[in-house]
Design a protein around this ligand. Structure first.
Ligand SMILES: NC(=O)c1ccc[n+]([C@@H]2O[C@H](COP(=O)([O-])OP(=O)(O)OC[C@H]3O[C@@H](n4cnc5c(N)ncnc54)[C@H](O)[C@@H]3O)[C@@H](O)[C@H]2O)c1
Ligand SMILES: N[C@@H](CCSC[C@H]1O[C@@H](n2cnc3c(=O)[nH]cnc32)[C@H](O)[C@@H]1O)C(=O)O
Length: 408
């Protein structure tokens, strides 16, 4: 077996939820004749989602959603799956990246599945001619949904999109546990540095940030949190983390992980304050949380290793991992989120794609929650796969929970 197929085989065995959906898809073929266009991180777990959609009868066209996260052997293996066409390539240029997005759109998909909204952006700008053929889309990540909501607010969004990220079965597991574990393991595998006892700065205490902060504390790091939201800063404080502005944290931190989805978190204001040998990484969105562009232009000297660029500023070394792109996916050692976590996220994607096919035509353009029934179904399937049973409300309890006239 070739390495890409071996990776898919490995992932498949820890994806019981998607496996159960695949068996149903094979039998009922709910996506028969549908063309799906996708831009996701092309690696083994994504490949298992793709083969599940193809098993449901879809013709799938896929490319990457990040120039550094594609695993070429998996891309090759995907091209051998019947009904699948994969255009992703690791370390592609910006031009190649958008050319591949356009090849996916050339297939005239009626459903889109995005991670970061690059397909939908292209459709609403340079490929508007294809909009009438779109039934709807699904979006995987927080920043993609921020962008979609801004489009919807301006009346610019032209079809319904399911906000897969925002449903509990996604963000409470993928963003918290997935980003927490995969970012730290990628940093450790890339640097071989110890976390125990180190000052580790987490920028942003949202779903991703709290996962990173908690798991880093579990490994013995001294965690500092930076925030701009008063309530989240207070939550971090009461969880026992030190909270301070980034300028103060810059002088203390030994490892930095940005998880804000915002821009300009570590910039020329902070670089001169950093300790010699500080390690900077991003687990948020795109390559704008750390101002790598400024470092590239202003560093006295630059040394490049596999997954680590070292910038020398006034004799101080600043190490940036994965060119400031998602550290858990874009470092050569980054494998992305753990398989079991992506099993949940991609089960939601498969069921949401089916939902949008069945219901998209009756929905007006806008951003929609994953239907609660799908969220509950994924949780139920996961519990079943674990052999865990839970209690059910009795009639008396159901009545009590919905009554307003029963007091002290
Ligand atoms: N690496 C991954 O695999 C992965 C996984 C899931 C999500 N993401 C991405 O991570 C980012 C965060 O996602 P999330 O679900 O945690 O979002 P979130 O909205 O829950 O959290 C982001 C937090 O960052 C804070 N923030 C914003 N600007 C800040 C600033 N200047 N300084 C400090 N804090 C600031 C916000 O107040 C918020 O609390 C998004 O871009 C998302 O797309 C990455
Ligand atoms: N395309 C942007 C968007 C952020 S990706 C963040 C998303 O990646 C997803 N993700 C994380 N790990 C994996 C993985 O291993 N395979 C596929 N998707 C993943 C996860 O669900 C999360 O919402 C960028 O590359 O900067």
């Amino acid at each position: 077996m070739k390495s890409g197929q071996q990776k898919m085989d490995w992932a498949r065995q820890y994806m019981p939820v998607l496996g159960s959906i695949r068996r149903e898809f094979e039998e009922k073929r709910p996506l028969e004749g549908v063309t799906i266009g996708m831009a996701l991180h092309v690696e083994a777990k994504t490949a298992v989602l793709v083969e599940t959609l193809a098993a449901g009868g879809a013709e799938v066209y896929i490319t990457g959603c990040n120039p550094l996260s594609t695993q070429d052997d998996v891309a090759e293996a995907l091209n051998e799956v019947a009904g699948v066409h994969c255009y992703a390539k690791r370390a592609c240029s910006n031009e190649e990246y958008y050319a591949a997005i356009n090849r996916v759109l050339d297939a005239r998909p009626s459903i889109t599945i995005d991670d970061g909204m690059d397909l939908i952006f292209e459709l609403h700008t340079r490929r508007q001619d294809l909009l009438p053929g779109i039934i709807g889309g699904c979006e995987e990540t927080t920043t993609g949904i921020h962008r979609l909501r801004s489009m919807a607010d301006e009346g610019a969004l032209k079809f319904p999109v399911i906000a897969v990220n925002d449903t509990p079965m996604k963000r409470h597991f993928d963003n918290v546990h997935g980003t927490g574990e995969s970012s730290l393991s990628a940093i450790m595998a890339t640097t071989n540095c110890l976390l125990a006892g180190k000052y580790l700065v987490v920028a942003g205490y949202g779903y991703c940030g709290r996962g990173v902060a908690r798991k880093a504390r579990g490994l013995g790091a001294r965690v500092i949190v930076t925030e701009v939201d008063t309530r989240r800063a207070l939550e971090a404080h009461m969880e026992g983390f030190a909270v301070m502005p980034m300028e103060a944290a810059s002088a203390l931190g030994e490892i930095f992980i940005t998880t804000t989805g915002n821009t300009s978190i570590l910039t020329e204001r902070h670089f001169p304050l950093l300790r010699d040998g500080a390690i900077l990484s991003n687990a948020g969105h795109f390559n704008v949380e750390i101002d790598v562009e400024w470092l590239e232009k202003n560093a006295g000297d630059i040394e490049r290793r596999d997954g680590i660029d070292t910038y020398v500023l006034d004799g101080h070394k600043i190490h940036v991992l994965a060119e400031g792109r998602l550290v858990n996916l874009a470092t050569p050692k980054g494998m992305g989120h753990p398989i079991e976590v992506m099993d949940l996220s991609f089960a939601l994607q498969a069921l949401s794609a089916k939902y949008i096919l069945e219901n998209g035509k009756s929905l007006v353009a806008g951003v929609y929650d994953v239907p609660n029934a799908i969220d509950e179904e994924v949780a139920g399937r996961k519990l079943t796969s674990l052999g865990i049973t839970i209690d059910a409300l009795s009639e008396e309890q159901e009545h009590y929970m919905s009554a307003w006239d029963i007091g002290t």
